[in-house]
Design a protein around this ligand. Structure first.
Ligand code: GLV
Length: 316
């Protein structure tokens, strides 16, 4: 039996039904733990969303599980060592959400630097306004520096977009990207301090892990230019949200565009008072095409593993 713990597109469910019995949660609300555990009791595979916490309690409920297929590229919701210790394979959905997430990151760069959220709020509040030479001036992107923290597929795709807006790219990553990509993007690898000090926009595109927890803390924010913007489409806890509220409200940085939050779905109340923060609800991969591709990728991994073959997108 295959337990699908959240609502996913029909195309993926149809693939799964070809290879076994499927029990699928059909609501957008998070599945109740009792229901989930009843299904896990005789599940060979679980398809999970990033709102599922796959921990010892989850694994205890599913003694026959061979695979947890997460419908996300990030897998910080899964205790991978606990899965490995029990012989449960873990897969994710890399690649298929690269463009959608890079598009959203670029949208947040534009929204924050051009104050589009603020402008929208002004119109919707029916406040009288008139075009003015100095009204709601933002910051142009041409000849500005974009610092990308985490130069995987999404970082590279964002850099490609930013180049079209005339930006210069610096990046911080454990490994250098291949020389041809670096040359095509005119990108320079720098240490994190140099990136923070020299960038006009800092974009977070790294995975969340113990090493990246609060990577952007009060010290890191203090290194950024007062005219700079922070964009986060990675995971909320890469940023110390309380320190970010301080930096935004004191003018230590100019603004932020956030798709993810430290205690999602809760948003730090201080952020709601920051007019210079653009806040959107974790929409990085939220296109019909991308969500379908993510779910069918997870289904393809289930099909491989239940047939006794290696998974397509293993996480270790
Ligand atoms: C979305 O945040 C993902 O990790 O796929």
């Amino acid at each position: 039996m295959i337990a699908v713990t959240g609502r996913i597109p029909d195309a993926a469910l149809e693939m799964l039904r070809e290879v076994g019995e499927v029990r699928a949660w059909e609501s957008d609300d998070v599945i109740p733990v009792d229901q989930r555990n009843t299904w896990l009791a005789d599940a060979d595979a679980a398809v999970t969303l990033l709102t599922d916490r796959v921990d010892d309690a989850f694994l205890d409920a599913g003694p026959d599980l061979k695979l947890v297929a997460n419908v996300a590229v990030g897998y910080n919701n899964i205790d991978v060592p606990a899965c490995t210790a029990r012989g449960v394979q873990v897969t994710n959905t890399p690649g298929v959400l690269t463009d959608a997430t890079a598009d959203l990151a670029m949208a947040l760069v534009l929204m924050s630097t051009r104050r589009l959220g603020e402008g929208e709020r002004l119109i919707r509040s029916a406040t009288p306004w008139q075009w003015g030479m100095f009204m709601m001036l933002g910051t142009g992107l041409q000849d500005k520096t974009l610092g990308i923290v985490g130069m995987g597929g999404i970082g590279v795709a964002l850099a490609t977009r930013a180049r079209a807006f005339g930006m210069t790219i610096v990046y911080n990553n454990r490994r250098a990207v291949d020389p041809a990509t670096e040359a095509a993007l005119g990108a320079r690898r720098v240490d994190l301090d140099e990136l923070l000090e020299s960038s006009d926009v800092v974009s977070l595109n790294c995975p969340y892990s113990a090493e990246t927890h609060h990577l952007i803390d009060a010290d890191a924010l203090a290194r950024m230019k007062a005219s700079a913007y922070l964009v986060n489409t990675a995971r909320g806890a890469v940023v110390d949200e309380a320190a970010l509220v301080d930096a935004l409200s004191s003018g230590a940085i100019a603004g932020a565009g956030l798709d993810v939050f430290e205690h999602e779905p809760a948003v730090h109340p201080g952020l709601l008072d920051c007019d210079n923060a653009v806040l959107v609800p974790h929409l990085g991969s939220a296109t019909v095409e991308t969500r379908t591709a993510m779910a069918t990728t997870a289904a393809a991994n289930v099909i491989e593993v239940l047939a006794g073959r290696p998974p397509l997108n293993p996480v270790t």
